[in-house]
Design a protein around this ligand. Structure first.
Ligand SMILES: [Zn+2]
Length: 367
């Protein structure tokens, strides 16, 4: 079996170059440990090296179109500038390389619909980055069995993508009362030819930024908070209690719960993470393995395939979030998120009533 692996030095270099990369990359550093262990699992013998210069996290045009030839037995990796160019006449087994991380630019992932949005707006065009670009996958399609006497051959793809840990960065600027996005990335992307196939290895990171906004409403941190008085408890309760019909959303005209809107947006993220495990990873695998890679343009081909998989998984995530619903309140993902919060809202509303009544009719002083 043709395998290769980054030695300790190369792993270290990779980490350092990540640290000097953009902030968008930096926030995913927490995944580097799993990436590295993944690489260690996947490759064992032949060293690879990181790209000589760190390229922007999201730029498929920056990929080096020339794959670097990796000898089958190499005591030490050659510096990038000394790597021999691949010859179309050489066997492609053993050729391998890495490409820069494939990121989702902020705002180009799946976004949950604002609550106030009308159906037609909520169903409006997806961001450009979320539009499926399936056609890219088939540009280099060819029979899965490689012909080893031509430079133009393409090889079938085997997906070796593993799922990274969910990250849920907060602080996203959103409309009231909040929103969540699905902006995943592929990191540690490497490719290697063996036995007429090109294995693409990577870590797929579910990244779900979220934010909340009060919309000018007053936070009710708890049922016994000073904001609750004998005069306003009834209005607060009416604002917080779950609605009578699906999705059982609280009215929140003047009062809201910051804690519970945060819970709602984070729920969308864990919901997305569960979907990534159950469906997203399979979608990525199928998308990658429907493609093919030519040895002579492996970096560019792999970059295009992974980028197409990123776009595809976001589009499928959006479809699943909507679940056939026509607008915010009927999207399946919203129904799940409000169902998660419903008992909490009910508990808070009931507590506000109890507190308000206690304030309105304090117990008689003892003897
Ligand atoms: Zn929501």
């Amino acid at each position: 079996m043709q395998t290769f692996a980054p030695g300790p030095k190369q792993l270290q270099n990779t980490t350092i170059s990540k640290r000097s990369a953009s902030a968008a990359v930096a926030r995913h550093l927490q995944n580097s440990a799993s990436e590295l262990s993944h690489l260690n699992r996947s490759f064992s013998d032949i060293p690879i090296h990181a790209p000589a210069r760190r390229q922007p996290a999201y730029s498929k045009r920056d990929a080096n179109a020339e794959p670097e030839l990796q000898p089958e037995i190499a005591p030490a990796p050659a510096p990038p500038e000394a790597a021999p160019a691949v010859s179309s006449l050489e066997p492609q087994a053993g050729i391998s390389g890495t490409i820069p991380d494939i990121m989702t630019p902020p705002g180009e992932g799946k976004n949950t619909a604002p609550e106030s949005e009308a159906a037609e707006k909520a169903d409006g065009p997806m961001p450009v980055g979320a539009t499926p670009v399936v056609a890219n996958i088939h540009l280099n399609s060819s029979p899965p069995t490689a012909v080893h006497d031509e430079g133009n051959k393409t090889d079938a793809v085997i997906s070796g993508v593993t799922q990274g840990a969910l990250s849920q960065p907060g602080g996203k600027a959103v409309d009231p009362f909040g929103a969540e996005s699905y902006e995943p990335s592929f990191t540690g992307v490497a490719w290697a030819f063996a036995s007429g196939k090109c294995t693409i290895s990577a870590t797929f990171n579910p990244i779900c930024p979220w934010g909340t906004a009060s919309g000018g409403c007053t936070d009710v941190p708890s049922a016994t908070a000073p904001v609750v008085t004998k005069d306003n408890w009834s209005a607060i309760k009416d604002d917080l209690k779950p609605g009578a019909s699906s999705p059982f959303k609280s009215k929140r005209d003047k009062y809201y719960s910051q804690t519970l809107v945060e819970r709602h947006e984070k729920f969308h993220g864990t919901d997305d993470n569960g979907w990534t495990t159950s469906s997203g990873m399979g979608i990525i695998k199928a998308q990658l393995e429907a493609g093919s890679v030519a040895a002579a343009s492996a970096n560019a081909d792999v970059t295009a395939l992974v980028e197409a998989a990123r776009v595809k998984v976001i589009a499928e995530n959006l479809k699943w979030y909507k679940g056939g619903g026509a607008a915010h309140d009927s999207y399946a993902g919203e129904i799940r998120a409000y169902a998660d919060g419903k008992p909490e809202y009910q508990k808070l509303a009931d507590g506000v009533e109890k507190q308000g009544k206690a304030l309105a009719a304090p117990p008689a002083p003892g003897p």
